[in-house]
Design a protein around this ligand. Structure first.
Ligand SMILES: C[S@@+](CC[C@H](N)C(=O)[O-])C[C@H]1O[C@@H](n2cnc3c(N)ncnc32)[C@H](O)[C@@H]1O
Length: 200
């Protein structure tokens, strides 16, 4: 029922957690968490159409999942829920996360992962856990907690033991290297590639 990406994300969530899934769309994650991990979920989406789709799925699976139309966290009362934001780009995700937020966050952005790590660090979050999962393409899932700890935005120490992902990352930077004209940028990417090679 769940994609490999969403299953990996669900594995980050402890049994019995309270969860707010922002941009839940089909709410499949919430249905799974409620059924299999005894979680209490609120599935939200900015699109009314998606919330109707979620409601249909929830009815079909006969589970108790709350739903709400909402733009990000606007208008939601927050307590100690884990907030999930998955399946969007980093810019959209960063707009959803206010600077004064303290909840745990599990984020899976479709792109700009270094930017996500850097901006979340600026918002006072550190990486508690992280995983790269291959589901037709690579997705990175990051569990952020509020607090100060150094973050490596480009080569996450959580991912360096995943040789296949390191090979993918190296290929990506090799491609960027070839197409970069700026000398300073080229040197930065070269050093990054050298660092990644150490893990292969
Ligand atoms: C590609 S779907 C991802 C669905 C699910 N989270 C997943 O990872 O499979 C992205 C969803 O985010 C919703 N979305 C985009 N911006 C949003 C916002 N500011 N607040 C809430 N939902 C948003 C879209 O309507 C869409 O349903």
């Amino acid at each position: 029922m769940l994609s490999k990406r969403l299953k990996a994300l669900s594995d980050f969530i402890p049994d019995g957690s309270k969860v707010i899934d922002v941009g839940a769309d089909h709410a499949l994650l919430d249905i799974y968490l409620t059924k299999e991990k005894n979680c209490l979920c609120l599935a939200t989406d900015i699109s009314e159409k998606c919330v109707w789709k979620a409601l249909e799925n929830i009815k079909k699976h006969q589970v108790q999942v709350k739903v709400k139309v909402a733009d990000g966290l606007k208008g939601l009362t927050l307590n100690d829920e884990i907030i999930v934001i998955a399946g969007m780009g980093t810019q959209t995700i960063l707009k959803i996360v206010p600077n004064n937020l303290t909840n745990d966050l599990i984020i899976s952005s479709h792109h700009d992962i270094p930017l996500l790590r850097r901006e979340m660090f600026k918002k006072g979050y550190y990486i508690f856990k992280e995983q790269a999962v291959y589901d037709k393409r690579y997705y990175v899932i990051i569990y952020f907690k509020k607090g100060r700890k150094k973050t490596n935005c480009y080569v996450s120490p959580f991912l360096t033991s995943n040789k296949e992902y390191m090979r993918f990352l190296l290929k990506k930077y090799e491609n960027i290297f070839i197409h970069t004209k700026n000398k300073k940028e080229k040197l930065k990417i070269y050093l990054l590639m050298r660092k990644i090679k150490k893990f292969l």
